[in-house]
Ligand binder design. Structure first.
Ligand SMILES: [Ca+2]
Ligand SMILES: [Ca+2]
Length: 189
């Protein structure tokens, strides 16, 4: 009752979300439960601080970047249930039959790219790469080694010579890596 009634989805909205994300009704129900339990203030939307309560994100070294990517499509710094499900759907594993859904390789790459692109200018700079490398590797690697990894990565990926990695260059670099495996997070279990 109360505020939460405004959150209840209409039957056609369920259908649209299922179509769009490939989640089953059961999965969407569970995510809905998750959403409402994260929505402590019953506003029907989540802010960044709500996301950091998701344990999988809290312990992920890239958690902060993932949260940033979640909100990259949000204009007011909050996301509603539908946006929440759309973003989570990018972490689903891809089945052969659903390459066009939101969890397609392209969407996952886009999402990963946004994690690195801290200032949202659609290019990854050396500084941005270094900042993310810092988060990923912790303290065991020296500043110099990190800088040389960043330099080498830029050199290998940058085909047009602007010292920045565009989305196209990013995709070409990751062509051989198993991004689907790396970007599949078990939110649902
Ligand atoms: Ca950038
Ligand atoms: Ca470039």
């Amino acid at each position: 009752m109360g505020n939460k009634s405004s959150l209840v989805l209409k039957p056609e909205e369920w259908e649209e979300i299922k179509q769009e994300t490939g989640f089953t009704q059961n999965q969407i129900s569970r995510l809905y439960g998750r959403f409402t339990s994260l929505d402590k203030m019953n506003t029907g939307t989540l802010g960044r601080e709500d996301f950091l309560r998701i344990p999988e994100l809290a312990i992920n070294p890239l958690g902060d970047r993932i949260v940033h990517a979640f909100f990259s499509e949000s204009l007011d710094g909050t996301i509603n249930f539908r946006q929440f499900v759309r973003v989570l759907s990018r972490f689903r594993r891809i089945k052969e039959s659903e390459k066009d859904k939101l969890n397609s390789r392209e969407e996952k790459l886009r999402f990963a790219f946004r994690m690195y692109d801290l200032d949202d200018d659609d290019k990854i700079s050396r500084d941005e790469l270094l900042a993310v490398l810092h988060m990923l590797v912790g303290v065991d690697i020296s500043e110099e080694q990190l800088a040389s990894i960043a330099d080498r990565t830029i050199m290998e990926a940058d085909t047009d010579g602007d010292r920045l990695i565009s989305f196209e260059e990013f995709c070409a670099t990751l062509e051989r890596t198993d991004i689907e495996e790396k970007m599949s997070i078990r939110f649902l279990h």
